[in-house]
Design a protein around this ligand. Structure first.
Ligand SMILES: [Zn+2]
Length: 387
């Protein structure tokens, strides 16, 4: 059942000692209602942003990047009581929550030049996709991209200091999911014809950097990526993928930086207990439901320029031609045959990694998503420096 108030909101309401939010250290938080295995309505309250349904769109439109920013409540870890902070730290990730889009909106507001860079990347990607449709295979298609991965572990207790084996299991999951060799890829034949198969994108563990910290909840303001703020600076960000494992707080599972952002903050952040696969390392530290490593599969998808499959708005655009319009995110493990309320009521692709379903119920990218990711590596593309 959808709850009209959020976990964090309830925590706020339950405390009488909370100071008013007021800070310059901007940390964006957002929240979604708890719904398992069904559609949800994204709700709002006075403190959190909302994705209000726009007028129905019969087609995906190339307007997301220029749409007015959806703003959210500014909160600040320094302005809440320690008690509340402790409670936020212990909020379980009971529903998938990825802050990539919200963090992007914050960065677009902070840096007006980012929009221009992202528009240029979008135009480049559109040309790449159009060229592929004419010529079939493109130069970048045949190359196996092997991406060195640095994993930055920030821990305030033993559980957060995840093992080398748990970290390796995440690399293994990424390799399986991006090769289309994941064991559940044929769980259903739904959308079989558009499954990506092997994207020729691979990952190899280049190093693990560990740091003990007294910070127990990192939020989404990139502090974990900055040694000046107690975090760990990225290693070789123009030629590598950096991942941070830490506690984000507020039940957040992770967030990614899209192509076009600053190299100083490039990479993906994953909740420590959603990092890796319980199926591969049963002795690891894992939350329930998001314990098969698919949070990283999803976040690395963002890092390679994929959007949420619903386009972050009702029946919005994910810039991919072979994904159906979704009227919103799906959660849990939706029943087979669930249909979108968007024009034409298409069968939803809730098994796509870029939806919000449970780890066990997402198992595919599409060919169109593969092309979009591959475009980032092409000559002139935003991640060509990884070649
Ligand atoms: Zn996401």
């Amino acid at each position: 059942m959808a709850r009209k108030t959020t976990i964090v909101q309830q925590l706020i309401n339950s405390r009488s000692t909370i100071k008013p939010f007021k800070c310059s250290n901007v940390s964006k938080k957002y929240s979604l209602p708890l719904t398992v295995g069904s559609k949800k309505t994204i709700t709002s309250d006075s403190h959190f942003f909302t994705l209000k349904p726009n007028s129905r769109q019969s087609m995906k439109k190339l307007s997301v990047l220029t749409a007015a920013a959806l703003m959210l409540l500014v909160s600040c870890s320094k302005s809440v009581s320690d008690k509340q902070q402790e409670e936020e730290n212990t909020v379980e990730a009971t529903t998938r929550r990825c802050a990539s889009y919200e963090v992007l909106q914050a960065k677009l507001k902070e840096d007006p030049s980012l929009q221009k860079r992202m528009d240029e990347i979008e135009a480049f990607t559109a040309r790449y996709v159009a060229q592929k449709s004419v010529n079939g295979k493109l130069e970048a298609d045949g190359i196996t991209m092997t991406i060195p991965v640095y994993v930055n572990v920030l821990y305030s207790n033993a559980a957060e200091n995840i093992s080398d084996a748990q970290i390796q299991s995440q690399i293994d999951v990424l390799n399986e999911d991006y090769a289309g060799s994941n064991g559940d890829v044929n769980k259903t034949s739904t959308y079989q014809t558009v499954k990506a198969g092997n994207t020729n994108i691979r990952f190899t563990l280049a190093g693990i950097i560990r740091k003990s910290t007294t910070i127990t909840s990192w939020g989404t303001n990139d502090a974990m990526k900055k040694s000046s703020q107690g975090g760990i600076d990225p290693t070789n960000p123009t030629t590598s993928l950096n991942m941070w494992s830490c506690n984000l707080g507020s039940g957040l599972l992770g967030y990614a930086q899209f192509p076009g952002g600053s190299t100083a903050t490039d990479g993906v952040v994953i909740l420590y207990s959603a990092f890796g696969s319980r199926a591969k390392v049963p002795s690891g530290t894992f939350t329930s439901t998001y314990d098969l490593g698919r949070t990283a599969t999803h976040e690395v998808g963002h890092w390679l320029n994929l959007r949420h499959i619903w386009g972050d708005r009702r029946c919005g655009d994910d810039f991919v031609g072979d994904t159906p319009a979704h009227d919103g995110a799906n959660y849990g493990c939706p029943a087979a045959g669930a249909k979108s309320a968007c024009s034409g009521k298409p069968l939803e692709m809730n098994m796509n990694y870029m939806d919000y379903t449970a780890d066990a119920c997402m198992y595919m990218f599409t060919a169109g998503q593969e092309t979009r990711m591959r475009a980032t590596f092409a000559a002139g593309g935003p991640r060509a420096s990884l070649r």
